[in-house]
Design a protein around this ligand. Sequence first.
Ligand code: HEM
Ligand code: HEM
Length: 394
Amino acid sequence: MIRNTAASYGRVARFFHWSIALLVLLDLGLGVAGKYTPRSGDTVGFLQLLYSTHKTIGVTVLALAVLRVIWAVTQPRPLPLHPERRLETFAAETAHWVLYAAIFLLPLSGWVIHSAEVGFAPIWWPFAQDLPFIPKSERLAELAANVHWIAGIVLAATVAAHIGGALKHALIDRDSTLARMWNGRAAGDAKAAHAGKAASTLAAMGVWAIAIGGALTVFAPAHEGEIAARQPAQSTAGWVVQEGRLAISVTQMGAEVTGGFANWDARIEYDPDSGAGTVRAVIDTTSLKLGSVTEQAKGPEFFDVATHDKAVFEGDIRRVGGSNHSAAGALTLVGQTVPVTLDFDLDLADDRATVSGSTALDRRDFGMGAGYPDESTVGFSVTALIELVATKAE
Ligand code: HEM
Ligand code: HEM
């Protein structure tokens, strides 16, 4: 039978239950496996495959969940087999509502993480990548990841209780609860009634309110600061950097991923009359943020921050003409020193210098990403972008 009756689940309801159950359990497993896989150059390919699979399965669950609910509201819900066991019936039905909500909340929170963060592990065809109205924001991605994680714990605990209940009915009560869902057997008394629907839905809503509220407040991750945060003004020689941004962008799986260094310091000597000077910038590579690939980028294959926690650029500044300047020198990164020229604009007004420039580096010059000899996963070119405002030291 296609449709449900008061005593049985029809084929469609059973198809939705078991297909979603299978995919949800698989995705829980993949999510946990991903969480506990160490981040390194060696695992990046594996993690990419794992998360693309995880996300695509998750979005499939969401699509099935929408169809399931549309179908379920047109169907009677089979009545409980033991309505006289009021507490048990209430607990079972609360668990069903918690699970119904979970098959929306998990995929949606996951999709928000994916939309808010940059790069890494695409969702596969035929689904879209980004949800509308979700901005690229590291903070939002962090919060959504926290909701996703805590929702995953609630889901896992509820599924465990749900499976436990199904097994108890099959093995201890020896009734037809499991058979009803497994092969559509009809069972139960048409005069039975569901547990108070309002009470069980309210209880399930309470569970989710506590979980999501907690994830967004008490259990929210501490905020580490935005990418390329304002850096402390420490330089004294010549010009003092008041604020600045040191960003990098790379192409990863065909999409541009932009991030930056939160901590760096630049000592600048510059004579506005001659347009000549020197610069020495020291960059704390451990402060790199590069969207969802931060850990891989900091790993041994790329910036290797465990061994090289600093990068240094030293160069001579020269005015090319008007506001156009260049700083020609050397960049030492992961132990390799390579000649680099940074072209930048420098605008002076009232002893305030506004600098904005960029340069293109080739990761191969620094021996980065040797395991990625072509550009299919990570592009060769890395664009470094610098913007700063400095004032003349007293
Ligand atoms: C091996 C794992 C599972 C078993 C053995 C199982 C078993 C069952 C059984 C026997 C029922 C019918 C309960 C009744 O008639 O009162 C049921 C209903 C339900 N199950 Fe599962 N289940 C499993 C996994 C899951 C998972 C992973 C989810 C969701 C994430 C889920 C969601 C639901 C929901 C929402 C209902 C209520 C359906 C309705 O009445 O519309 N189940 N399950
Ligand atoms: C049935 C649906 C889903 C379940 C049960 C599920 C479960 C999980 C679990 C248990 C984790 C590990 C916890 C963690 O790393 O914080 C995880 C991680 C993750 N999931 Fe899902 N997920 C689902 C759907 C999705 C979807 C649809 C997406 C994206 C489109 C997604 C994206 C992610 C991402 C990006 C992570 C890593 C989070 C991080 O690094 O903090 N998930 N998921």
